[in-house]
Design a protein around this ligand. Structure first.
Ligand code: HEM
Length: 411
């Protein structure tokens, strides 16, 4: 399917915001400016998850569901502006600004959710293929998780104290990571690697397992204090088992296409490697959930190294590979600028994320260490600098590819 202008725009805005994520990541890795404060860490997190990943997902959804025309491109621009404002509100530390811009961001998310649902209704839900169903259910979980997140901002913005129960922050994080990302990732990988159009029983089971896994985990966090002790312990375990089973189905369904890609060039290798991160991420996430259950409400008992490993396996290993791969596929029809950069970006990003995660899992977090004292300072920058090279290279290629598409064919 020809990619619409809205997709290129979403990828371009996402890349711009991702440069802030990578720069703050580099500062955090090297500790050159000392420990980053809470507001800056939240800016690193939300510029990455909303500014980069969700703008990328909007680009993929616009492409998959065919958001043609200049109105779609304008809506992408408004979405990027709203997202950038919310990211800056995190940096400012101003709770009122976070509540206002968080509410606007929620409108953006609901808008794109409705765009996919209404496109799906036009096509007929009974006929939608697995990639489209995955994106629709993934965005549904995003709406649920984001609504909870914005409720948190409104509570804080109106000067109220956060309730200890229900656990809004836990439910928000569980929905976003445990449900939204994994569903959208599974849909995008299948669509790019194997093509759309298929609707099999195994695919439907996969969507159901991943959706229910995320939902049950989020609800079990939200209502933890209201649930009997046995349910408090059992529900997160059941949720992670469902997600794990869903991830295994993904690997079985797309594994053959993933192994068949070229590992020496092209965008598809980013999507193939993302399949491995999907399984790796879910296994680490299951371990993290077990730690949370065992900690019985005491966060100091949870390994920060494991927590940050899960973050980067999902956000960089899984999602950044998917969006970089999609951008390479999208811009691959034209002569490539800096062809040498492709290999540096692919190997650098992946060697970087794997070595960073290995350090986090074996030596723990490097936050608060002296500059260049932790091994994090030598591994995370491989990932950050490769991401920055990707940002510059792909931004230029997307610009050039559009211009060439618009230019009249030579006589
Ligand atoms: C989509 C992209 C990304 C997201 C969403 C993300 C998210 C996060 C989160 C949630 C944390 C934990 C913050 C806290 O509460 O303490 C973190 C820490 C960190 N991030 Fe990222 N990150 C992303 C990309 C990157 C990149 C590209 C780098 C490159 C250098 C990076 C480097 C780091 C480092 C070094 C830490 C501290 C790890 C430790 O020593 O424990 N991140 N990130």
């Amino acid at each position: 399917m020809a990619r619409p202008l809205a997709t290129d725009r979403a990828f371009q805005y996402g890349l711009i915001i991702f440069s802030l994520t990578a720069l703050l990541g580099l500062a955090n890795a090297t500790q050159l400016f000392g420990s980053l404060d809470r507001n800056t860490l939240l800016t690193h997190l939300h510029s990455g998850t909303l500014g980069w990943i969700t703008m990328g997902v909007i680009g993929l959804a616009a492409w998959m569901f065919g958001a043609s025309g200049s109105t779609a491109a304008r809506n992408v621009m408004l979405s990027a502006l709203a997202t950038a404002a919310y990211v800056l509100a995190f940096w400012s530390g101003n709770f009122q600004a976070r509540a206002v811009f968080g509410t606007i961001e929620l409108v953006v998310i609901v808008y794109w959710w409705w765009f996919t649902v209404s496109s799906g209704m036009r096509e007929g839900f009974g006929r939608l293929d697995i990639p489209k169903l995955s994106v629709i259910f993934g965005l549904t979980t995003l709406v649920i998780g984001s609504t909870i997140g914005v409720i948190v901002q409104i509570i804080l913005g109106t000067g109220n104290a956060m309730p200890t129960s229900p656990d809004l922050v836990g439910a928000h994080a569980a929905a976003q990571v445990g449900g939204y990302l994994i569903l959208v990732a599974a849909g995008a990988i299948e669509w790019q690697l194997a093509g759309g159009g298929k609707r099999t029983v195994a695919g439907l089971v996969q969507v159901a397992l991943l959706f229910l896994g995320g939902l049950i985990l989020s609800v079990s966090q939200l209502l933890a204090a209201q649930l009997p002790a046995t349910a408090q312990q059992a529900l997160p375990g059941i949720a992670t088992l469902l997600t794990l089973a869903g991830a295994v189905v993904v690997v079985v369904r797309v594994g053959r296409s993933a192994l068949a890609v070229s590992w020496t060039s092209g965008g598809l290798r980013h999507l193939a490697v993302a399949t491995g991160y999907l399984l790796f991420g879910v296994v680490l996430f299951a371990l993290l959930v077990q730690q949370f259950i065992a900690a019985q409400g005491d966060p100091s008992k949870v390994s920060i190294g494991l927590l940050h490993s899960v973050d980067h396996v999902y956000f960089v290993g899984l999602m950044t590979n998917i969006i970089f791969g999609a951008i390479l596929v999208a811009s691959g029809d034209r002569p490539r600028l800096w062809p040498w950069a492709d290999n540096v970006i692919f190997w650098g990003l992946n060697i970087g994320v794997l070595s960073f995660v290995a350090v986090l899992l074996t030596q723990g977090s490097g936050e608060g260490a002296k500059p260049f004292a932790s091994a994090v300072a030598y591994t995370a920058p491989i990932m950050g600098l490769s991401a920055l090279l990707g940002i510059v290279t792909f931004s230029m290629r997307l610009m050039e590819s559009r211009q060439t598409m618009r230019a009249p064919a030579p006589a």
